[in-house]
Design a protein around this ligand. Sequence first.
Ligand code: E4P
Length: 287
Amino acid sequence: MQHKNFSTKIFLDSGNPKETEQILSELGFLDGQTTNPTLIAKNPEVQKRLVDGLKFSADEVLRFYREVVETISGMMPAGSVSIEVYADKNTTARAMIEQGKKMFSWIPNAHIKLPITHAGLEAAEEMVKEGVRVNMTLCFSQSQAAAVHAATQGAQKGQVFVSPFIGRLDDIGENGMSLIENILRLYSSGDDHVEVLTASVRSREHFLRSLQIGSDISTAPYAILSEWSKEGAPMPKNDFKYDPPNFTAISYQTLDLDQPWQSFDLYHPLTDKGLERFAADWNALIM
Ligand code: E4P
């Protein structure tokens, strides 16, 4: 199948290069791939090692992560591959910059994932100026997205992604997809340097809705892309209606993108929880 030139770029959300290979053969294209510590921990080779009672040293686990993204990058040299820094609530901007720059040198097409926290944004502000591409992750609010826009002013289009996690908002009874709509609307008054990457996609409906509303990028797990590819990779039909259960809608906030990033409310409990989970999944691999 040829790339159909959707306005939305299609990414695979996976830490397993075998899935990349499979989707590339089923779909015929991919615009990129997102990884995170939890997805790397789920890689079958890692799981096998753990079942055999073997863990990794801190260096080994990073080497493994590097091999995974090198393999993926080789399969899609023109795509983007997101690599996430290790960060817990105590990780400083300096430590994220150090790790992030190393990771950025692993492959030619990396985006470095940094959390939307004070330290993560400080790191992003500096890294973007040095030409590093970043993917700002664990986004759960419009004001976090506004802070990303403000902290990365001056970046080239394509250099910065923001990743709102819709499935995790759904999990707490809020309509995650409405956050994507709100951020797209907010950014329509900006200069277009940040691309909205719909993440934490859990269903075919999430995925189709992200295409329908014109998210810049949508990342979906193997099963969803494989099913979509078997259907011929269709755009949602005109009568496609995204109909989530009885979720609370997330209302639109008017925000001024020209304010300094430090002035926006960066707190969201799911960002803290997400950081804890990524760190715990990563630490569980290390002896
Ligand atoms: C991708 O960049 C995200 O890390 C991923 O989509 C998170 O998905 P989850 O909420 O299902 O863990």
